[in-house]
Ligand binder design. Structure first.
Ligand SMILES: *Cc1c(COP(=O)(O)O)cnc(C)c1O
Length: 345
């Protein structure tokens, strides 16, 4: 079979959640949007629920509805996009908690589903989602009468501890929420690492659960082995792949593996990325194709049956650096394209 297998450690995700939870006094939720960053929202959320997570966060109501099927009744599922037109039935039937982003959303929610739970999302400077201070000032009294269950905002620069934006947003959040008596949430993974001032009653880590930066002490969660389809020997001056970018300077052994940029292995990572045969690093030869990658395995004694792209030697963040992007993009690009094999539960 030529379908690569993405190995996902549910035990590692649980350990990362535990480690992040141990850093704060408040409750630790889990962000499982985009199919849990590509790793499978159902499996991941069920594993985290077993570990004790009781609050989950998704981007849109459809994700929340699907997650409810997996989790069953009980855990809270919060929706960052709030209450969009057409969401009411789904919100009611699957008991979602929309994080209301505007006066329009608030009206829509209380008119369609009076008494149904909701939260409030405030903008403290990121200018992406949530009510701004003036809007919140105008609507707070009415909104509070409806008893929101959570009030949150999101940090723009939490992965840069020294960035002045962090303190600025913290100050704005406090000004907008001090004394309300409602549970508050500000911290993503980076926010948890910023320290107790940022924790409030609920934190919302995502990437750290999945082994990514800025949680440097995270346990790695994923590994990926790519099956070798064919091996061949090149004479000096023969070339490999599109554009003839790689030319053999000596007799060279090339392995062709079954994955490419259509499988989320971004072309840009090619020049700096190695595939591993046990501990031996094998450089990519030439350009990454749509479904195939050629690898220089001259250093190996025997032809491998597979080569490791992600694992002990090369993390999601290494690949991200190689491609000039972030671990989040690597995970969400890779995640859904492979057969997934889960370790733990
Ligand atoms: C994605 C997201 C998170 C999780 O962020 P990480 O950096 O992955 O921990 C938290 N809150 C909001 C609003 C988000 O969009």
């Amino acid at each position: 079979m030529a379908t690569p297998i993405l190995n996902i450690g549910l035990d590692d995700i649980r350990a990362n959640w535990r480690a992040l939870a141990a850093m704060s006094d408040g409750e630790t939720g889990a962000v499982v949007k985009a199919d849990a960053y590509g790793l499978g929202a159902g499996k991941v959320a069920r594993a985290l629920a077993r570990e004790g997570a009781r609050k989950f966060f998704v981007a849109i109501a459809e994700e929340g509805a699907a997650l409810r099927q997996e989790l069953g009744p009980g855990p809270a599922i919060h929706v960052f996009s709030g209450h969009m037109p057409g969401d009411a039935d789904m919100i009611r039937d699957t008991e979602l908690v929309p994080m209301i982003n505007s006066i329009d959303q608030l009206i829509r929610h209380v008119e369609a589903l009076p008494g149904a739970p909701f939260g409030i999302q405030l903008d403290t400077g990121m200018n992406r989602l949530g009510m701004e201070p003036a809007e919140w000032g105008a609507v707070a009294e009415v909104a509070l009468e409806q008893r929101p269950v959570l009030v949150m905002s999101h940090l723009a620069c939490a992965d840069e501890p020294d960035h002045p934006m962090n303190a600025k947003q913290l100050r704005a959040f406090r000004e907008m929420t001090d004394g309300l008596g409602i549970p508050r949430s500000l911290a993503n993974t980076g926010g948890v690492l910023l320290g107790a001032d940022y924790h409030f009653e609920v934190s919302r880590p995502g990437i750290g659960l999945y082994g990514g930066l800025p949680f440097v002490d995270a346990r790695p969660v994923v590994s990926l082995d790519l099956p070798v389809i064919q091996c061949r020997t090149l004479a000096p001056s023969e070339t490999v792949g599109y554009g003839c970018d790689f030319a053999a300077v000596r007799e060279t052994r090339i392995a062709t593996v079954a994955a490419g940029y259509a499988d989320g292995i971004l072309r840009a990572m090619g020049p700096k990325t190695r595939l591993y045969a046990d501990d031996l690093a094998c450089p990519i030869a030439g350009r990454i194709s749509m479904d195939l990658i050629c690898v220089d395995i001259t250093g190996l004694d025997d032809d491998p049956t597979s080569l490791e792209l992600l694992g002990r030697h090369q993390s999601v963040d290494t690949l991200a650096d190689n491609a000039g992007t972030i671990g989040y993009e690597i995970l969400t690009s890779l995640g859904s394209r492979y057969r997934r094999r889960y370790r733990g539960q």
